[in-house]
Design a protein around this ligand. Structure first.
Ligand SMILES: [Zn+2]
Length: 138
């Protein structure tokens, strides 16, 4: 059995946490679980299809699966600070940390927005409150 810890920092094994979502076996039941699974997808790389399928079509622009599969950031940590839900819209506030190429640690503080479409939570967009690397496009 896979004993890898989940990249979303839940403290659970990957196989007991985000893996089922990333494989398409299960749907993330809450916005914060969806957010965590998307973080895991970005963190691992190779899950562009999952990222695309959980991204509201009106908001994902020209992004394609190949592009989203590239592990462009060395994501290290995730802390979910707050989450709110009102009907079929929700927000999840989080701070994610990553390693810069020079080895220093960067942080990304964002409030992500989610909408529920046909019973399924999708990421729409986010407001970046702070990102220590101004050149980081994400
Ligand atoms: Zn996880």
């Amino acid at each position: 059995m896979d004993k890898t810890n989940c990249p979303c920092q839940s403290g659970k094994l990957f196989s007991h946490c985000c893996q089922g979502f990333l494989s398409g076996e299960k749907r993330a039941p809450t916005p914060s679980k969806l957010m965590r699974s998307r973080f895991s997808a970005f963190s691992l790389g190779g899950y562009g299809g999952y990222l695309l399928s959980t991204w509201h079509p009106d908001y994902r622009g020209q992004l394609d699966e190949q592009e989203l599969s590239i592990r462009s950031t060395d994501w290290q940590g995730l802390e979910v600070i707050n989450s709110t839900q009102q009907g079929s819209t929700a927000t999840v506030e989080f701070i994610a940390s990553f390693n810069n190429i020079d080895g220093s640690r960067g942080t990304h503080h964002e409030v992500s927005n989610f909408v529920r479409v046909q019973g399924r939570w999708l990421y729409s967009d986010g407001t970046v409150l702070f990102n220590s690397d101004a050149n980081d496009e994400r």
